[in-house]
Unconditional design. Structure first.
Length: 137
């Protein structure tokens, strides 16, 4: 089984930091330690989730996980198309440099593997019938 981490965009990390920075300052200023603890735990949980996106490729399946939760378990021989995208649709992806994975008749998943080329080549080595659509090529 081969593991691929999600690409993480710096701007997402900065946005998360900035969105939690002001409430933390206000809570510290008010000496509201319980509120600060709640925001801090929320922030740590968010960062853990953001950096825990993983995509696993076995001989037969693509498994998409967030932390220990399995989001999708896709049979590789059912994958029809992989298409590059920058969609903002909610997905188990920490970057807008994404891939649509179309499988079955109407199903799809959106992911953002850090090494897209290796990810695509690994899937193609298992199912060479997958059509790959590059955005700028």
């Amino acid at each position: 089984m081969k593991t691929f981490k999600s690409k993480v965009d710096v701007w997402i990390v900065l946005l998360m930091n900035l969105s939690l920075f002001l409430p933390c300052i206000m809570l510290i200023n008010d000496k509201s330690w319980v509120g600060f603890a709640i925001v801090a735990v929320t922030a740590l949980s968010s960062f853990y989730i953001l950096f825990s996106f993983r995509y696993y490729i076995s001989d037969t399946h693509l498994v998409i996980k967030i932390s220990f939760f399995t989001i999708a378990n896709i049979e590789i021989h059912k994958i029809k198309t992989i298409e590059e995208t920058n969609t903002i649709i909610s997905a188990p992806a920490a970057s807008l440099d994404r891939l649509y994975i179309y499988y079955n008749k109407y199903d799809f998943a959106i992911i953002s593997p850090a090494d897209k080329a290796d990810f695509i080549n690994t899937l193609l080595s298992i199912n060479p019938d997958i059509e790959v659509i590059y955005k700028n090529k």
